[in-house]
Design a protein around this ligand. Structure first.
Ligand SMILES: Nc1ncnc2c1ncn2[C@@H]1O[C@H](COP(=O)(O)OP(=O)(O)OP(=O)(O)O)[C@@H](O)[C@H]1O
Length: 612
């Protein structure tokens, strides 16, 4: 029912998070359980001595009761402080493990699976409060057991039958609560997709990047309604579950009230016939109420641990997930590219139910040369470069780096040799300097830009033709590129936003920051640039690309005409390859695309037929 090993791992997380807090918390648990029992017995003694003045001195007992009362008042505050502090520290340790595990997923495939995203969301939830809930639950069990044992012992002394009845009365509650906790954990899984969609619509409604389109197309109402519909779906599921809970718990409450009511009648009748003292009646009533409430707290703790364990299952599924891309046990060092990259009969599709995107691509990308990929939308150009970066492995066929299959390298080392600007490049809500520095972060170095990085960052910005523009910004390289985050927590210092083309140049600067990249991939790097800027970038990058292998993708074929090799993809295959002039002569796909595009720049009446 409750996995001991999982509970052990949750405790280990709490131990790593805060040993001192945990030790004090553990020591307090039995004390917190013993205090109410002590209070009940001391109350009995005080009452009996008040009722019988001939009995022993009362003062010592009364002081003892007062001390216990102070303890009873203080312990809950201390416990709740420790619980909160331990919870926060345990969340840091657990989330560090969780995001460490997602970071170890080197490919993209897993992140594209809805089931993985659902698991991830519950794992995040479990990571935030799972370990502390387990610790809480386990210590609650310790505290509850001490309390229950003491109170049951008290009850046994006065009325063993009642003790048995109250204990047996707790069994249905235990079974019912465990069932309910399993249902609750399943419910969270079932409503996961609706909650993720709800969050998606909610984030659209407040996201700055979506704001223009949402306002212009007046989509706010639609997305709000959809968000509410998803929320409604989740709420309906919660409501149905809570109704079931209320029904079960009401039934159990009636059972427990009948038991304690019967016990009270018995105690009063017995006291009238002299079988019990006033103190006995008081302690009996307190013990019955105490046993019932501590039993129900114990059951709640068990159910809470049970539910936390079920959610931690999602957490563990993520942190123990096997690598999504097989990594060799003894990876080969990735040599500097001296011969080239060879794709041999590469077939690829995004999933078994998806159509083939690449159907037997054979291609050689010679080292030190610029290879351009052209083709219609959806021809598979970006897919091909994603395979070069090993975001996915080919479904069939191999890709070789100087003759070695990419799968024989560590993915990390391979990527250290590749620089890229993707079509959907990132814009980070960080400073200009950080936006460029992210292109070459030393994993063992500091987590911030160092003063000595300034020179190479400016050099990379210069390569992308951005240096002067950056210098003109309010804080130069220290300018925050965000309208939603302030610099250094100063609300008056909201940053600036760049234009699309300027962001694109920044992405290029990021990709050319490291000098150590052998392969440069530029997937539509100039889509957002004006013609002059595009030419300017081409000239600036020519120097960087000179001794490097580069793969260029662009729909502006004019920018590719100088490439050493132009490769046309169609239907998932290479249909043509050659230099610009040769392909025009061949008069195939490339020539058709090139002429169509060139004709667009020439007045129709001029009747000119560009030939390259
Ligand atoms: N992550 C993905 N999951 C499923 N299908 C995908 C994914 N990415 C791309 N595809 C599909 O693969 C095909 C090739 O896409 P790809 O982006 O490689 O084309 P492309 O040649 O780069 O197109 P474009 O010129 O429009 O950028 C498309 O049909 C697309 O729908």
């Amino acid at each position: 029912m409750i996995s001991i090993s999982r509970a052990g791992r949750a405790l280990a997380v709490a131990w790593r998070a805060g040993r001192a807090n945990l030790v004090v918390y553990v020591l307090l648990a039995p004390i917190a359980g013993a205090l109410p029992v002590l209070a009940a017995w001391l109350t009995k003694l005080v009452l009996d001595r008040v009722a019988n003045p001939a009995a022993d001195a009362i003062l010592g007992v009364a002081i003892g009761l007062a001390a216990v009362t102070v303890g009873l008042a203080l312990v809950p505050h201390l416990t709740s402080y420790l619980r909160a502090d331990l919870g926060r520290s345990a969340a840091i340790v657990a989330l560090d493990r969780l995001y460490g595990a997602t970071d170890r997923l080197r490919g993209l495939r897993r992140l594209e699976e809805p089931a993985f995203q659902n698991t991830l969301r519950l794992a995040e939830q479990a990571g935030r409060d799972g370990p502390s809930r387990c610790v809480d639950g386990l210590l609650g069990l310790v505290q509850g057991t001490v309390l229950l044992t003491g109170l049951l012992g008290t009850l046994v002394v006065i009325n063993p039958v009642m003790a048995l009845l109250v204990t047996v009365g707790g069994v249905p509650a235990l079974l019912a609560e465990l069932r309910l906790s399993r249902r609750r954990a399943n419910l969270l899984w079932e409503i996961g997709p609706a909650q993720r969609r709800e969050m998606f619509y909610a984030s659209l409604l407040t996201s700055l990047s979506a704001a223009k389109e949402i306002r212009l197309l007046r989509l706010g109402g639609l997305f709000r309604r959809r968000m509410l519909a998803e929320l409604g779906t989740a709420n309906a599921a919660h409501r149905a579950h809570e109704r079931r809970e209320v029904r079960v718990q009401a039934l159990l409450a009636v059972l427990s009230a009948v038991l304690s009511g019967g016990g009270l009648v018995w105690a009063v009748v017995t006291a009238r016939s002299g079988g019990l003292t006033v103190g006995d009646v008081a302690v009996f009533v307190a013990a019955v109420a105490g046993v019932q409430s501590s039993l129900s707290a114990l059951i709640d703790h068990l159910a809470g641990i049970h539910q936390a364990m079920l959610l931690l299952e999602h957490y563990e599924r993520i942190v123990t997930a096997p690598p999504d891309l097989p990594e060799p046990t003894r990876p080969r060092p990735v040599p500097p590219l001296t011969q080239g990259i060879e794709l041999c009969d590469v077939w690829f599709r995004y999933g078994p139910d998806h159509p083939w995107v690449l159907r037997g691509v054979d291609l050689f990308i010679p080292a030190g040369q610029a290879v351009a990929l052209v083709g219609h939308n959806g021809a598979g150009k970006s897919t091909l470069v994603k395979l070069l970066c090993r975001f996915y492995d080919p479904t069939r066929g191999t890709i070789r780096w100087d003759g070695v299959d990419l799968r024989e390298f560590s993915v990390h080392d391979l990527r250290a040799r590749i620089g890229a600007v993707f079509q959907d490049y990132m814009t980070y809500d960080l400073t200009v300097a950080e936006n460029i520095w992210l292109g070459d972060v030393d994993p063992a170095g500091p987590d911030h830009v160092r003063a000595e990085d300034a020179c190479r960052i400016a050099h990379a910005a210069g390569r992308a033709g951005m240096h002067e523009t950056i210098e003109a910004l309010p804080r130069g390289y220290g300018t925050m590129l965000s309208r939603v985050f302030e610099l250094d927590g100063d609300p008056a210092d909201a940053g600036v936003l760049l234009s699309g083309g300027q962001w694109q140049r920044l992405a290029i600067a990021r990709s050319v920051l490291p000098e150590s990249r052998d392969l440069l991939i530029l997937d539509e790097p100039s889509a957002g640039l004006d013609a002059e800027a595009e030419r300017d970038i081409q000239l600036r990058l020519r120097d960087y690309r000179a001794d490097r292998t580069s793969v260029l993708i662009s729909h502006r074929l004019g920018t590719l005409r100088d490439a050493d090799l132009i490769v046309a993809l169609s239907g998932g295959r290479v249909v043509e390859a050659g230099r610009h002039e040769d392909l025009l002569v061949a008069d195939g796909t490339y020539a058709t695309l090139f002429r169509l595009q060139a004709a667009g720049y020439v007045p129709a009446e001029a009747g000119v037929t560009p030939t390259g």
